[in-house]
Design a protein around this ligand. Structure first.
Ligand code: KIV
Ligand code: ZN
Length: 510
């Protein structure tokens, strides 16, 4: 099967993304991870551009083993000299020389005639070959170049020793069918085309970088230049993860493979995002947070019946973890039952119907309903929470010029524990004593007191809403004719709910 060479330019073209500057330490970390990912070539930078770029390419060439290490150079003596120095210590060094060939670039930017450009390209490829065997040449803006002239340049640089010729769609102008034809023409018209690897390098100005690259592969391209997360100049380059997964998922169509360990894709995406500070859009193919999330009830139902109904790739294949069914207002009963089951809660049809109604009401108000919300619904409505801790003794002191303090005795199974604490008032003192015994640490979000009966001996009911140190939110309720005791009961009820929630979550995570 044909092997497509994956040339990663995250550290060169990717770093040209506005705002994506990386320091040398970050570049080395990314380069090492790219090597683990299995890319064939790392374009580590543009050594003449700055001292920092030179050092990064030099350091990567010295420490990263596996892929070829490439540096970029204009068709100029000083660029190639610097580049050669920077990549020298690599086991497999590559020098990548570029020179524009489109009429627009030759006339307005380089101010040179075609014949001069042709000579310059051939001369500097030969010059670079004095330094290393592996020289790549790119006719910049190839897709807007005169095709006969482009073919002459390609032939000349191959004759001068270029081992790879890369055809860039520098400004992302080409359409897939057009770009595919261009590759086919070069392959068939250039007499020595089979003496070099034909590569492509597509930009995403019209959102077609990946499509153009894949069309090129179908028409004979053997190397694809791409970047992690599709970073790159302006709208970016072809995204590495999309190219690799398209070739893998549609092997039936492309009949080729790559050396990429696809299970490492998500990891490199996170790393590049963290180090560049450029966030990955949630709906980004392959590595976006939503790439394997399903919210529509019909889709969730399908996924639960048979994954391939709505998933063409397995999240595990890109190192993403697992499919996520987002419970929201579009979700159905099937998804709710499945999620609750995973949380260790199995409900009868009647109870499920009750829970589903509460869930839908909540989902109307909240974009995503989390596991904690579901457990809260179930605890509130359906399942009685086990009384892990029970108040078996209770005393408090409070008054004018008396420091409020409380002593609480809690029983858990056969174990009885007693603790005292002072506080800002008797309720606070009770809560601190309860925390000492249970180890729970809560932030009180809400406290309310109401009477449930009338008269001086009315029953007071306290409701609390608290959040634990790990962010789990629970509510608690307690009633007594003594409102301090009602407050303590509500707090203990919240602790018991937290214990219950944690036990179910642990079960889920195991
Ligand atoms: O987009 C481009 O043309 C380039 C070349 C230097 C290959 O990045
Ligand atoms: Zn580019």
């Amino acid at each position: 099967m044909k092997r497509i060479i994956i040339f990663d330019t995250t550290l060169r073209d990717g770093e040209q993304s506005p705002g994506a500057s990386l320091d040398i330490k970050a570049k080395i970390e990314i380069a090492k991870q790219l090597a683990r990912l299995g890319v064939n070539v790392i374009e580590a930078g543009f050594p003449i551009a700055s001292k920092g770029d030179f050092s990064a390419v030099h350091e990567i060439a010295s420490v990263v083993r596996g892929p070829s290490i490439c540096g970029l150079a204009r068709a100029k003596t000083k660029d190639i000299d610097e580049c050669a120095k920077a990549v020298r210590s690599a086991k497999k060094p590559r020098i990548h020389v570029f020179l524009a060939t489109s009429n627009i670039h030759m006339k307005f930017k380089l101010k040179k005639a075609k014949e001069e450009i042709l000579k310059q390209a051939a001369y500097f490829v030969k010059y670079a070959c004095n330094y290393c065997d592996d020289v790549e040449f790119s006719p910049e803006d190839a897709s807007r170049s005169d095709i006969d002239f482009l073919c002459r340049v390609v032939e000349a640089v191959i004759s001068s020793g270029a081992k790879t010729v890369n055809i860039p769609d520098t400004v992302g102008y080409a359409m897939p069918s057009e770009f595919g034809s261009l590759i086919k023409i070069i392959k068939t018209k250039v007499p020595n085309a089979n003496k070099a690897v034909l590569s492509v390098h597509c930009h995403n100005d019209l959102g077609l970088a990946v499509s153009n690259s894949l069309s090129a592969v179908q028409n004979g391209a053997e190397q694809v230049e791409c970047t992690v997360n599709g970073l790159g100049e302006r709208a970016g380059n072809a995204s590495l993860e999309e190219i690799v997964m398209a070739l893998k998922t549609r092997k039936d169509l492309f009949d080729c493979e790559t050396s990429i360990k696809t299970q490492e894709l998500y990891k490199i995406s996170r790393l590049v995002s963290k180090l560049t500070g450029i966030v990955v859009q949630p709906n980004k193919a392959i590595v976006g947070q939503n790439a394997f999330s399903h919210e529509a009830g019909i889709h969730q139902d399908g996924i639960l019946k048979k994954r391939i109904t709505y998933e063409i790739m397995k999240p595990e294949d890109v190192g993403f973890g697992s499919t996520r069914l987002v419970l929201g207002k579009h979700s159905g009963k099937h998804a709710l039952r499945d999620r609750l089951k995973k949380l260790g809660v199995e409900l009868s049809e009647d109870d499920l119907a009750k829970a589903f109604k509460r869930f839908k009401d909540l989902a109307d108000k909240k974009k995503e309903v989390f596991d904690e919300d579901l457990l809260a619904i179930v605890e509130d409505e359906i399942i009685s929470v086990p009384e892990t801790y029970r108040i078996s003794g209770f005393e408090y002191k409070s008054g004018k010029n008396v420091e409020p303090c409380a002593t609480i005795e809690l029983t858990k199974g056969d174990i009885v524990k007693k603790e005292s604490s002072s506080g800002d008032g008797p309720v606070d003192a009770c809560y601190k004593a309860i925390e000492k015994i249970t180890g729970a640490k809560f932030n009180l979000l809400d406290y309310s007191l109401k009477s449930t009966t009338s008269g001086k001996d009315a029953l007071g009911e306290v409701s609390v809403r608290v959040v634990s140190g790990s962010g789990v939110e629970v509510s608690g309720r307690g009633a007594s004719t003594d409102i301090i005791e009602a407050s303590a009961k509500a707090y203990v009820n919240a602790v018991n709910k937290l214990v219950f929630t944690k036990a179910r979550k642990t079960k889920l995570e195991l």
